[in-house]
Design a protein around this ligand. Structure first.
Ligand SMILES: [Zn+2]
Ligand SMILES: [Zn+2]
Ligand SMILES: [Zn+2]
Length: 146
């Protein structure tokens, strides 16, 4: 896995540093999205001297290179998530337990056609994050209110 991360970083012309690799490792080991503070706390077990601004900067660089994805939460806290799926897809995030699920279906093809036909423009990229409650949390919720 470490070797994979190295090739991913190299492809993006990001320098392979032990800290970047460790950040990716931390995110990869989690099935939930993490805040920069949480990544920092885990990272400090390995790099006791690492500062929070360094973690912020590295996460942002990795997100800009599309190595990790940024999660924008309605609580306005920023989170990050590492996804191994290389093909185009979208994320369904659970606002309660913070799990992330892949949505392989993309409905933007139709929208791109519309942009072309009606606005005479061309779509270059799009972002879609779907927020909600996962199956497990819905069950829990339903149980407590029943
Ligand atoms: Zn959930
Ligand atoms: Zn994904
Ligand atoms: Zn899409």
């Amino acid at each position: 896995m470490l070797r994979d991360f190295q090739s991913v970083l190299k492809k993006l012309h990001l320098k392979v540093t032990p800290k970047r690799l460790a950040i990716l490792e931390v995110l990869k080991n989690e099935s939930v999205y993490l805040s920069p503070e949480e990544v920092w706390r885990k990272l400090r077990k390995q790099f006791s001297q690492v500062g929070l601004p360094t973690v912020y900067r590295n996460l942002e660089e990795l997100a800009q290179g599309n190595v990790i994805s940024k999660v924008t939460h309605p609580n306005r806290q920023l989170y990050y998530y590492f996804c191994l799926n290389p093909s185009h897809h979208h994320h369904f995030i659970c606002l309660s337990c913070r799990t992330v699920e892949d949505i392989d279906f993309c409905m933007f093809r139709e929208l791109e056609k519309r942009v072309k036909q009606e606005l005479k423009g061309r779509v270059v990229s799009h972002i879609l994050q779907v927020n909600g409650l996962c199956k497990k949390c819905l069950k829990k919720d339903g149980g407590s209110h029943a």
